[in-house]
Write a protein that binds this ligand. Structure first.
Ligand code: ADP
Length: 482
């Protein structure tokens, strides 16, 4: 019953309201208890007694030395008894000369000296505690003779319970009722403000679970808006990931279908006896072998990519001499470049030794140089450049080939992405995994890979790798056991 946001809000409001009212009530009682307002009548009574006794004293002779005037004593006692106060006369040393009235059984609480007279503020009295811990109000007046007239009374107890019951309870109940009703209204409004967007989001999430990705309109307070935006973002990512999974499966199926069809066709020819001559048999076996090899390469590439993407690829990091590594690659491509009538140019300055997996890094630059040659026209130029750039080594593979349109540059590092399969070089044995693998390998080395290209003029693939200082021991371009 109280699990909904609305009811919980209402309970919180009710609790807060009651707590606030209680605090106000306690504060009021404490303030009243301390206020002299409630004691004003008592002080007034004491002041009247003071002035009456003073007038009477003027009419009576006040002898020096010990008070002998029995008439003074009687007058003081009479006044004290009739006014229900305690009236005393003290010497300036604090000895009690006359004392009478209420509380006479308690010893008179004599204020500390020097005496402070209370004539300045006729509405106020002073407070003193006697030896029995009783609080007394008193006023003190200095007589012309040098004695002191003291009028006192035990501090009256406050009728707080009565004040509360008669004057405060009703308005408090009324205030509490109004506050609770207001709280109910506010909690309804607040509940709606928060609950409605949450309800929309729950509905949106349910639809997402069913595969319908309608964006949720952000509404309500900032927090629910942010939640809606996060949900939309998540839905986008899920959609993209699902799409990329579908594309991935479609791409693999497509790439496997072509070699499988060839293998099936030629195997069928051998089985049916269509290929009988040793040359025909040789050709069929050759095609089956090549296509199986192509499938094997594809599967191996996928495996490497999956491991790199999943972070489970076991990189054999060791000191790598990049200059040597790039030299080896140029050597490897000399023949291919000659056949394609492309000139290979190596521009490598002094490079520091970096830490990395030599084999994997070799795979990156092999792919870049292979592509550069593949996509260059006859008499083209491919430059491999490497230099230190701040804390990194920058390696560039520049070609004077067909270039890559701007919209494709963002995507060429995706799996299976090929700009245009019909382009020169695109019809080769590539399936669009090389750059995706290169990207993952560079990432695993905490580096960056990107492309700068102008269609028709050529492309520059850039790789920046951080220099990690290592001891110059067992320096190699490839792994020692490779
Ligand atoms: P592929 O095996 O198809 O070469 P890659 O992942 O290496 O796969 O490259 C992806 C695509 O990027 C290529 O199909 C090609 O369209 C484009 N590409 C890569 N390198 C170049 C280049 N140097 N010049 C022009 N296009 C390139």
């Amino acid at each position: 019953m109280f699990s909904s946001l609305r009811s919980r809000l209402w309970i919180s409001y009710a609790f807060l309201t009651l707590a606030a009212l209680l605090i106000v009530a306690v504060g009021l009682v404490v303030a009243l208890g301390r206020s002299p307002l409630l004691f004003r009548a008592t002080v007034l009574k004491m002041r009247v007694a003071e002035s009456v006794v003073l007038t009477r004293l003027e009419a009576l002779p006040f002898p020096n030395g010990p008070l002998a005037g029995a008439r003074i004593e009687t007058m003081v006692r009479n006044q004290a008894d009739s006014r229900q106060l305690r009236i005393s006369i003290l010497t300036d040393t604090g000895s009690v000369l006359v004392d009478g009235g209420v509380g006479i059984t308690n010893p008179l609480p004599v204020p500390n000296r020097p005496f402070v007279t209370t004539d300045a503020d006729p509405n106020n009295a002073l407070l003193i505690q006697d030896s029995q811990k009783t609080d007394w109000f008193y006023i003190l007046h200095k007589l012309d003779t040098g004695h002191y007239l003291m009028v006192s009374t035990p501090r009256p107890s406050l009728p707080l319970a009565q004040i509360l019951r008669d004057d405060l309870l009703r308005p408090f109940f009324q205030a509490a009722l109004v506050a609770l009703l207001l709280g109910l209204l506010l909690s309804l409004l607040m509940g709606q403000w928060i609950a409605r967007p949450l309800h929309h989001m729950a509905e949106g999430a349910r639809k997402m679970a069913d595969g319908k990705y309608d964006p949720i309109q952000p509404s309500g307070p900032n927090e629910t808006r942010q939640l809606a935006e996060s949900l939309n973002e998540m839905a986008n990512r899920v959609q993209t990931s699902q799409q990329s999974q579908r594309d991935f499966i479609a791409n693999i199926s497509h790439e496997l279908k072509t070699p499988l069809t060839s293998i099936q066709g030629f195997a069928q020819a051998i089985l049916d006896g269509a290929a009988q001559t040793p040359e025909a048999l040789q050709q069929a076996a050759g095609v089956i072998f090549n296509e199986a090899g192509r499938m094997h390469r594809l599967v191996m590439d996928l495996l490497v990519l999956a491991r790199l993407e999943g972070g489970t690829a076991d990189l054999q990091k060791a000191p790598v001499d990049l200059g040597l590594l790039l030299n080896n690659i140029v050597d490897k491509f000399k023949l291919q470049a000659e056949q394609a009538n492309v000139r290979l140019n190596l521009q490598v300055g002094a490079l520091p030794i970096i830490t990395g997996d030599g084999d994997r890094l070799s795979q990156v630059f092999t792919n870049l140089v292979d592509n550069a040659i593949k996509f260059s026209p006859a008499a083209g130029l491919v430059t491999i450049f490497a230099a230190l750039a701040g804390p990194d080594v920058l390696i560039q593979v520049r070609d004077s080939g067909i270039g890559i349109p701007a919209e494709d540059q963002k995507r060429i590092f995706e799996r299976f992405y090929q700009v245009d399969k019909s382009r020169k070089g695109g019809s080769g044995r590539g399936v669009g995994l090389g750059l995706a693998i290169a990207h993952q390998i560079v990432n695993a080395h905490h580096g960056r890979i990107w492309v700068e290209s102008t269609p028709g003029l050529g492309s520059t693939f850039c790789v920046s790798l951080p220099v990690v200082q290592v001891a110059e021991k067992s320096v190699s371009a490839r792994r020692p056991n490779a």
